[in-house]
Design a protein around this ligand. Structure first.
Ligand code: MLT
Length: 245
């Protein structure tokens, strides 16, 4: 298995695909997706375009859908949710489909949607991702950070590092055996430096600071936890993720 890390969708090769591609948006889209599925959402359907989300979700009964829209960290007017994983309780999302569009995370998912296996990873479900990779052993794996409007983000890269570090520990191999590019080695170094204080790292991250300015502190705490959710969000049809049983 060779794992390559790409910091943003823009840096991800557009002409080839990996056997398994993993989108990461720790703050907060992939944390929200994993939480919604863990709380019993029927599926999560991701859109980069808000109007398209509205049109598709309109065909669903109101009691079977939740519309989540976020831009710049804030909830979009007229949507049921913004992008807080803490809104995704079993009472609110159980049995419903979450239709979601966020600034960067849903774009990252879209950029890898052609891969044979598409997963959504965050720190909270890191081990579920690691176990899936160990079980299926895809030859090539891409981990794609969402970043922020084309720029690198610390929280996505530290999560990529956490996944590769977990794999390395389970396989007992060298980092060189696993790394498909230099970014993979850098991501693992970042994780090793911050694994004891992931919340502290979020306080240095530009999007972490943006969310703190908006008063969104509890989400940061929640999203900084490692391996608290045994949920594997996997693409079932284009743009639709379900929880793998
Ligand atoms: C994104 O897609 O950029 C994020 O999930 C933004 C957010 O924190 O809501």
């Amino acid at each position: 298995m060779k794992v390559s890390v790409f910091h943003t969708p823009e840096l991800t090769p557009a002409t080839v695909v990996a056997d398994c591609a993993i989108a990461v948006d720790v703050l907060r889209a992939t944390s929200t997706i994993a939480t919604a599925l863990g709380s019993g959402a029927e599926a999560v359907q991701a859109f980069s375009d808000l109007n398209k989300l509205m049109a598709v979700s309109e065909t669903w009964a109101p009691d079977k859908r939740i519309r989540a829209g976020e831009r710049g960290g804030s909830q979009v007017e007229g949507f049921d949710f913004g992008n807080s994983p803490l809104d995704c309780t079993p009472e609110r999302v159980g049995g419903r489909r979450l239709f979601i569009s966020t600034t960067n995370g849903t774009r990252a998912l879209q950029c890898i949607e052609a891969a044979p296996i598409v997963l959504a990873a965050a720190l909270i479900n890191r081990d579920a991702i690691v176990q899936h990779l160990l079980q299926h052993k895809p030859e090539t794996v891409w981990i794609v950070g969402s970043g922020w409007e084309g720029s690198f983000s610390l929280e996505d890269t530290v999560c990529a590092g956490a996944i590769v570090h977990g794999l390395q520990q389970e396989l007992g191999c060298s980092l060189d055996d696993l790394a498909g590019n230099d970014e993979t080695i850098a991501a693992v170094s970042l994780f090793r430096q911050w694994e004891g204080d992931l919340l502290g790292l979020f306080h240095h991250a530009s999007h972490g600071k943006r969310l703190l300015r908006l008063g969104i502190t509890e989400d940061l705490k929640y999203c900084s936890q490692l391996d608290i959710l045994d949920v594997l969000p996997i693409q079932h049809e284009l743009g639709v993720l379900i929880k793998q049983a």
